[in-house]
Write a protein that binds this ligand. Structure first.
Ligand SMILES: Cc1cc2nc3c(=O)[nH]c(=O)nc-3n(C[C@H](O)[C@H](O)[C@H](O)COP(=O)(O)OP(=O)(O)OC[C@H]3O[C@@H](n4cnc5c(N)ncnc54)[C@H](O)[C@@H]3O)c2cc1C
Length: 601
């Protein structure tokens, strides 16, 4: 086991980590996040977990051009705990952290790895369940500031790159999973939101999507998230910070349901940030949190897809919707049968249960090596929305052949591919797609959103690359991708999903009216990485614009970023961050990956 300290910090009593008991309205009976995965973000690199001595906190940071001058003296020792006033934080030093998929090259040795909890050092909790966790984040920021070190939060560690990583201070938010659903009275809610105050959800940063799905389904009235990714292990903040999306072409990606952010920034001061043009709460709610209220559209839109770099986000306020159902239908066809539908975003003639009407979620997964007539290399996966009346039982997805309940998410499919020799890739991929995407044999399988977009397994070395492109350029982008795969086979399908454009400044779905996301999940091997590189080069050579998923494999250097967003949009994001944080603060909450895109400091 890695060294663990018991300072104010301390290794501690486990708490229910889930729903708190106090707030403008107490939460429902607490289903914490997936309990088995409560420490999910702690992933040790094999054989390295716990390696190394317990250290003090002064391992030098590699020089960064914009890093502020480092302190010469060691950082101040952490003050002795004062029982009920100090939050409990488990601390590991020299901890080897890896992401959930143990993607090669992601993560590494962390000087201080903190797991704060919603209890005080003496084991007591607070009337406001989140209060010790908030205090812990404030203390950790102040401590990093004194030491002039970088600090960052990780969510579930599901990102497939180093967007969450810094080697100095990493805060594991797994135990900060308190939430409440709905406000009891009007006084803390802005007038425009009062009619839906029972649909506003306050969730601490480490609350997983699965916990929210469960809590919302159990609320009265029953609620649901408007959209999510294809599985449910992300945290609410981790998912939104990178712009996680499903295929909700009428709604947009997950950040679209956020209404306010509660951010711990420099000096351990904390702010409730909401748009000035559409405030969701009154100053009374900020006062309840002890936060300073900031109503600022630019800051809100920049920080909502903030890439973890606007501070430590303690919690969010989100807007849920009345519970609805999703009917899954998966059909295997020839690529030629669906090719035009992909290019035109038009399902006419595909023989879907929704007829010629575009379903709520439309997705096509293609085996790029089986595009010929009769090869059945394309899988149409749709989820049509249906309403569920109050009191009507929620649909339960039946267990299918082989014990299968769901159609698998793309990252899992890609990661399960074996690293086979190129000649075997087309068949291996085809077999994997049939088994995982799982055609429904003409049936529509009904479930809740949480039931359909369920669990997934770590793949022990999966990776993925995902593009966002204007939907009118899909044909050209697809042609460029297929030119690469025709010459250079690597084990990844090509999956198309469509998402309504979203307003966050560095949204990964920026193209109006709809951004097409093209994902190529695969096994994390040199061949796959070379395939990705060739695709980016082909798109660059053809002058085609694309964004890249912030939580997945990214091109080297900032050229794609400037081409995709344009300098004015990037400058808006930088300006919002500059207005919120001092140079030292921007450096402290940045990391090496963001530095490489000139976004970090
Ligand atoms: C199996 C699997 C399926 C996936 N499916 C999809 C999908 O369908 N659609 C899609 O778009 N993406 C998908 N992804 C990508 C994934 O949704 C994103 O990478 C997401 O950001 C991961 O969330 P997380 O909670 O693990 O956060 P992390 O990966 O741990 O962190 C992501 C970012 O959030 C920041 N962050 C986390 N918590 C805080 C906090 N409290 N304060 C400040 N910053 C914070 C981190 O610093 C980092 O910058 C999938 C990934 C996997 C592994």
């Amino acid at each position: 086991m890695p060294p663990t300290t018991k300072t104010p910090l301390g290794k501690g009593k486990r708490t229910n980590g889930g729903a708190g008991t106090a707030g403008p309205r107490p939460p429902r009976a607490g289903t914490p996040s997936k309990t088995a995965a409560a420490d999910r973000a702690i992933h040790a690199k094999s054989g390295r977990r716990g390696a190394g001595p317990q250290s003090t906190r002064a391992v030098p940071q590699p020089a960064t051009p914009t890093a502020p001058a480092r302190r010469r003296t060691p950082p101040a020792p952490t003050p002795a705990p004062r029982s009920t006033e100090e939050p409990l934080i488990e601390t590991r030093t020299n901890f080897a952290w890896a992401n959930w998929h143990t993607t090669s090259g992601v993560g590494g040795q962390v000087e201080s790895f903190y797991t704060p909890r919603n209890v005080w050092f003496d084991g007591t909790s607070s009337e406001q369940a989140w209060a010790p966790g908030l205090r812990a984040l404030c203390n950790l920021v102040r401590q990093a500031e004194v030491a002039q070190e970088r600090i960052r939060c990780i969510g579930s560690g599901w990102s497939l790159n180093d967007i969450a990583f810094t080697h100095q201070n990493l805060v594991n938010t797994a135990r900060l999973s308190s939430y409440f659903v709905g406000f009891r009275s009007d006084d803390m809610v802005a007038p425009a939101f009062r009619p839906i105050k029972n649909r506003l959800v306050f969730a601490q940063c480490g609350t997983q999507i699965v916990a929210l799905n469960n809590a919302l389904a159990a609320a009265e009235p029953r609620l649901a998230l408007p959209t999510s990714g294809a599985s449910n292990g992300q945290t609410i903040v981790g998912a939104t910070q990178t712009g996680t999306h499903g295929s909700a072409h009428e709604y947009g990606p997950c950040p679209n349901f956020l209404r306010a952010l509660h951010i711990v920034a420099e000096g351990g001061r904390h702010y409730l940030v909401q748009p000035a043009s559409r405030p969701v709460v009154t100053p009374a709610f900020a006062a309840y949190l002890g936060a300073e209220l900031k109503a600022d559209d630019e800051l809100f839109q920049a920080a909502t897809v903030g890439l973890g770099s606007f501070g430590l986000i303690h919690a969010v306020l989100l807007e849920a919707v009345p519970m609805y159902g999703l009917g899954r239908y998966v059909k295997q066809v020839d690529f030629g049968d669906v090719e035009q539908a992909i290019y035109d975003f038009d399902v006419t003639g595909l023989g879907l249960p929704t007829g010629n009407t575009m379903p709520w979620h439309f997705e096509v997964v293609v085996n790029p090596y089986r595009r010929g007539r009769g090869e059945k290399g394309a899988f149409i996966r749709t989820y049509e929305k249906f309403s569920i009346a109050p009191g009507e039982p929620l649909p339960i997805i039946p267990v299918g052949p082989g014990g299968k309940v769901n159609s698998e998410d793309l990252v899992t499919i890609g990661g399960l591919l074996t690293n086979v020799v190129p000649a075997l890739i087309p068949d291996a991929l085809q077999g994997q797609l049939v088994a995982s995407v799982a055609p429904t044999g003409g049936q529509v399988i009904r479930g809740t959103p949480g039931g359909q977009f369920d669990d997934s397994q770590p793949t022990n070395g999966g990776t993925s690359m995902e593009l966002g492109v204007p939907y009118r350029s899909i044909k050209d982008v697809a042609a460029a991708i297929f030119r690469v795969t025709d010459q250079y086979a690597f084990g990844a399908p090509v999956a198309f999903r469509w998402v309504k454009s979203s307003p966050q400044t560095l949204s990964y779905s920026p193209f109006a009216p709809i951004t097409c996301h093209i994902e190529m999940p695969g096994i994390d091997a040199m061949r796959t990485r070379e395939g990705y590189r060739r695709i980016w080069s082909a798109l660059d050579a053809a002058g085609l614009k694309y964004t890249c998923h912030w939580g997945q494999h990214l091109p080297v250097g900032p050229a794609w970023l400037t081409a995709a967003y344009g300098r004015p949009r990037i400058n808006r994001w930088l300006a919002a961050r500059r207005a919120f944080l001092s140079p030292a603060g921007r450096w402290m909450f940045g990391n090496v990956l963001l530095d490489t895109y000139q976004l970090g400091s």
